[in-house]
Structures are given as C-alpha cells and as structure tokens.
Design a protein around this ligand. Sequence first.
Ligand SMILES: C[S@@+](CC[C@H](N)C(=O)[O-])C[C@H]1O[C@@H](n2cnc3c(N)ncnc32)[C@H](O)[C@@H]1O
Length: 304
Amino acid sequence: MIWAIAQCAPLPITRKFALLSYRHSFHAGNYADVLKHLICVEIFEHFLKKEKPFEYIDTHSGAGMYSINSDQAQKLKEYAGGIGLIKPSEFPELNNYFEVIQKAQKTGFYSNLNLKNLDFYPGSPWIAKQFLRPIDRSWLFELHPEDYKFLCKNVSPSKKNRVQDINGYDGLKQLIPVQSKRCFVLIDPSYEVKTEYDQVVSSVVDAYKKFNAGTYVIWYPVVERERILRMERRLKSGGVKNIQRFELAVNIDDTQDGMNASGMIVVNPPWTLFKKMQLLLPKLADAVGQNGKGGFKCDVWAAE
Ligand SMILES: C[S@@+](CC[C@H](N)C(=O)[O-])C[C@H]1O[C@@H](n2cnc3c(N)ncnc32)[C@H](O)[C@@H]1O
C-alpha cells in the first residue's frame, strides 16, 4: 500500500476556508507530535482492555500520514528535534508507540532511531486505525480540502470509519452523547486564531455537560502562558472534573520564538496515565530540551 502524502505547497484558501493555511506536513514528528501521539497510544491501550466497543472522534484529523522526505518536512526538519531525539533503545517504556511508528515505514527497519530509515511519520487518525477493532467506530473530521483527500486515501473510510470534510467542532456536537457510551475525543487544532483557545474549551465544556464519562483530550501550544492559564480557569469554571495536564518544553516560556512547549489536557484519563507520565516527562524533557532548557509540567487541574 502506498500512503497518500501531502506534497503540495500551502494552499491560499479563501471564503469558508479563510484561516486554513496550516499544513501539518511541515511539523510532523516534532516534539509536540511525539507527546501527543504517545499519550494517544496509552489511551487506546486502555480502551482496548474492555471488550465493550468505543468511539474515537478526531475533530482535527490532518492528512493521516506524512513523508519525512517531503519538501515540507525537510523545510524546517522539525522531526529531527522530536522523533529524531527519542531513541527506542532509551525509551523501552514507549514500545507500543514505536511499534506504530515502525508499522508506518515501508522499507528498512526503524530501530535505534536511524533517521535515514524513518521515511514516514503517522498522524492521529492512522495511529487510531491501528488500535480500532471491528466493534469500534471512528469519526474523522478535516476541513482542508487537500488534507481531506489525503486522509481519505490513508485511512480508507467505511461505515465504521467515517471521514468528513466538515467543521470538527460541529461534528463533535452532533455525535455527543455517543451511542456506545465510551468515547475518546481528540481535539487538535492549529490555533491559527487566538479565539481557538476559547473555542476548544467551550466545545469540551458543552460535550462534557451532555456526556461526562468521555475521555476528552486537548492539544495546546504554549506561545503565551496566559492563554493556557485561561483555558484551565474556564474548564474548571465550566464544571469539568478529573482533568490532568502533561506538558513538554524545549525552552523556557516567552522567549518570543513562537512555540516553546506544548501540552495535552486529558479529561477522564486512564488511571495509569499520570504515574507513567510522571516518570516519562523528565526523560523526554532531557532528550528534546534545547541547550539544557527542556522542562515539563505534570499536574492535576481538577480532581475526580
Ligand atoms: C494540528 S493538525 C492535526 C494533526 C493530527 N491531529 C495529528 O495528530 O496527526 C490540525 C488540522 O485541523 C484542520 N482544521 C482546522 N480547523 C478545522 C476545523 N474547524 N474542523 C476540522 N478540521 C480543521 C487543519 O486543516 C489541520 O489539518
């Protein structure tokens, strides 16, 4: 099978896609992706422990698979500061994550992270597909017309695996509460506009009010710390309980260099996640930190 890989330049999108200039192909495999995807893998493993079906909802899916050798990935080489620094031999606790990365490779063998053997980096919908059983369902939303096309090719839509080019926030609203009563929702926007921080929180608060047993996961970039503090305040005042936060930094806050850290907010996390991340995050921070300035945050924003 050949992955459909985003190779084109960023599209200037107009009208209803006015803000969609972000392409994940420039960033695939960076330290933010590593944190996001290893947490997703932990959550999938947890969901598979029960025989009952569950639903996976990816509000911002991206293209599903990315070529490390594409012009976009090569432009900034962000993967080199992410997956390129996390060696499988030094992180045996991430075996399940590395197995998925391995599956995405067509040739060569990806071990001891020899970057020349890393040809592809998978996106969240493709990772999800490796875990979903025939009894489970997935709902993937992607608004960018090019990435939507790639996504369809990379994950083969079916009745149980729906792919739609509609606004992911609207998609989530329509699906909650889910039929199966078990769900993992990933909200991973590009935050091209500042209002997106509020939009993400509002959509989780609304979904939580309708279905408070779901696992809701929000990815965020740290560009201005105040935006993250505001997310925390608004989630708590919105009545959301059982919230944990895991953040990985490559540099100290507010260096004016853009993103210095990124994090995952997990509502109703697997009970094993916190302990695992407490041990893992210091190691990850050492591995990806720039000039010894790596850091992490691992805390409980709201108790159960
Ligand atoms: C950060 S990327 C997603 C990466 C993906 N979740 C992964 O981990 O591989 C964000 C994606 O959301 C898409 N997008 C932006 N706004 C959207 C919206 N309102 N609804 C659905 N997709 C959107 C963008 O086109 C982009 O492909």
